[in-house]
Design a protein. Structure first.
Length: 332
């Protein structure tokens, strides 16, 4: 069985469109849909509940609408849906998470499911994602490292060529292949892997949560595969407002620091910030001397450095009692 989890935050109309696309893609599959309203507080829960009980497209389907009760972010909201299990109370074999602004093609879910069924060594699968204009989105990646921080911040040809195998974004794969991590807009996960490694780490509010989950799966010996035949249209950043950011939000900085310090140790996180700062300084020098257009939000580098200086002084976090995600262990 497949549990399809669709997370909503203040986008009920779009979430219902995504639900309809998901139901079409679930046709003839052993699947159930659970929609989680992430404590929107704008009437979303009521609108979603009303629609799934009255709209013709929802008839004959197992659909539940849940209220998270607290907006703990992307990972926490999806965890609410995953923990809900199937209508019978049983655990599913697979969990498929879908963004509220993502619309799977009729065979998109089937391709992810079939690939997992045929390849027991694979823990997670993800889709080829494109915009409403048909342009492909970057959704297959390498794990971040100190070298990717330098390469990404510097934006300098010689450095990028030297570190071409360290850059986080992969060239768009033309066929199904193994990758380090996948965007969580359309991703199917084997439940047995989640039982082994835990659910999303809820200390990430937004960003880096799927990177962390994929890293934990990889360290446990499970492959992550990008499935080219699974196609999903994605608008992107509707709930987060990323395209309208005028300054980098604190939750992004928190997530970045948590990812590096949790998975590689605090010293590694410091080095990652130092190399990002070096690359960022080089880029800003080129902006000044060559008249290039700024590429980061205003004050990004200053905010990053200031945030991480404060983060270094914080006590090491400990696992919360009763936490259902994988316990926090910082690598030293």
């Amino acid at each position: 069985m497949i549990l399809v989890v669709l997370l909503n935050f203040r986008t009920p109309d779009m979430t219902l469109q995504a639900a309809q696309a998901a139901l079409i893609a679930m046709t003839d599959l052993p699947a159930e849909l659970v929609i989680v309203d992430n404590d929107s507080g704008d009437g979303s829960y009521e609108a979603l509940s009303q629609a799934v009980t009255s709209e013709a497209w929802a008839e004959g389907h197992n659909i539940r609408v849940l209220q998270s009760g607290h907006n703990g972010g992307f990972g926490a909201g999806n965890n609410v849906g995953i923990r809900a299990r199937l209508c019978s109370g049983a655990k599913p074999d697979y969990v498929y998470i879908l963004n509220s602004d993502a619309f799977p093609a009729p065979d998109a879910i089937r391709h992810l499911y079939s690939h997992l069924e045929a390849n027991p060594e694979v823990g997670f699968t993800g889709s080829y994602i494109h915009g409403s204009d048909g342009e492909p989105h970057m959704t297959a990646f390498r794990f971040p490292s100190v070298w990717s921080e330098l390469e990404g911040a510097a934006r300098f040809g010689p450095i990028s060529r030297l570190l071409r195998n360290k850059a986080v974004p992969l060239q768009l794969p033309s066929a199904t292949c193994a990758v380090d991590w996948l965007a969580g807009a359309s991703m199917m996960m084997r439940q047995s892997v989640l039982d082994e490694i835990g659910l999303f780490d809820e200390r990430f509010f937004l960003y880096f949560e799927e990177t962390d989950l994929c890293l934990r799966a990889a360290r446990a010996g499970h492959e992550i595969h990008y499935v080219r035949d699974s196609e999903v249209e994605h608008i992107g950043s509707v709930s987060t407002g990323m395209k309208r950011w005028t300054r980098i939000p604190g939750f992004w900085l928190d997530s970045r620091w948590h990812y590096f310090s949790k998975n590689h140790g605090r010293g590694y996180a410091v080095l990652a910030t130092a190399l990002h700062s070096l690359g960022g300084a080089l880029w800003r020098l080129r902006v000044l001397l060559q008249g290039k257009a700024p590429a980061d939000p205003p004050r990004f580098l200053r905010d990053l450095i200031a945030h991480d200086v404060v983060a270094m002084a914080r006590p090491l976090p400990t696992a919360r009692l009763g936490a259902t995600h994988a316990p926090f262990v910082e690598v030293k």
